[in-house]
Design a protein around this ligand. Sequence first.
Ligand code: ZN
Length: 460
Amino acid sequence: MERLDLVISGGEVWTPGALVLADLGIIGGKIAALGAPKTLPDAARIIDASGKVVIPGLVDTHTHHREPGFTHKEDLTTATQAAAAGGVTLSIGMPNVDPPTTTVERYRNVIELGRKKALVDFNHNPSGTVPEQIPGLAEAGCLAFKIFMVRDTGRDYPHMPGIGLHNHGELFRCFETVAKTGLPLMVHPHDQDLMDVLEQRYWQKNDRSPQAYAKAYRDFDGIIWDTAIATLMRFQKATGGKLHILHMSTPGGLEMVRRAKEEGRPVSCEVNPWALFLGSWENVQKLGPYCLGFWVPEAHVEALWNGIEDGTVDLVGTDHAPHTKEEKDIGWKDMWQSPGGEPQIQDYLRLFLTEVNRGKLSLDKVVRITSYNPARIFGVYPRKGTIQVGSDADLVIVDMKKEETISNETTLTRVGWTPYHGRKVKGVPVYTLVRGKIVYENGKVVGSPGYGECVPPLKG
Ligand SMILES: [Zn+2]
């Protein structure tokens, strides 16, 4: 064997079969060897991972990088710095930038920006709302398409015109066109006509508070989500395409996904960290606009954990969606004038590892929902999402015993705050490597902008 560039020695290494005590050898950014401890040849550098666990780098299929257009909130550098600190080695952007990525030219422009500015590997999910553009976008190398069923009322951000689609006919045309590409269609399910009626009931009572907003989204156990998901399911059945449902948070939605999977249909769904860790009524009261998103009642959160356990929920998408404090503060008075969403990407692995330490789920499950499953569903497995010879050396070394307190001060996202400020976690990434290069080491981001590569779908 050639001389190894790097050996990670003495750690417990996650593989699809089991956790094994092994040394990992890396050459040219790829995993070149996986062997019993102390059996690998010499290397230029050795990282001692004794007492730690080595897992594949996280694949976040849902990061709002905010560039171009909203770089006062975040850009491709700050977003991927936060990603590196959170163990994310592949971060896939979303189309509600300015201009929104509805065309091939705009998509290419975003990818060019990423090549100059990203620290970790990346791609971008363009909007699938312009059928004529869809084949070209697929050709240009995107991994999936995104459609919002939301058209906001009283504001045009974060769901700007051109990327929200609620008309069933138009939506169906996009389904048919995306299905032909073979790529997944990610949809934010939302029954806008129904929402128009429900939210007006709060407005008539002069209640535009974050709590009213949270309730409107959850009225009748989240009916605005479920009716939309029912439509999407029917469209999927008609077109046969891959459907990936975003923001899963209702028992009704989970039930529909469960049934579709039983029928063997290519339906998948994501859960967002905010649904599991942030959406309690207590937080809706206390954090107001800083935790919205939406309210997810306790019983619904439990249904989501069950969905993770039984495989109904495929993956975690962070929905990392930074907004400035000024933009959020408007929401205390009028949540309908304030954008939903909050920073997530730096904190979510820590939150899940803490749950592993509490016995809520296994480490293997965390790896599957944050890396292995997203890599498979988005067509980049086995280059990404696993640890095996030949895969990219995208690795996170985690210290399951290390404790930290999440804090605004250490938050790397440009807006400088996190909804998890003050939360104690146990289980922390200490190294993040992208294609064999260390980008995060013991609390410091050491990667450089421009290192990140755009990852296209693997053929075949
Ligand atoms: Zn989102």
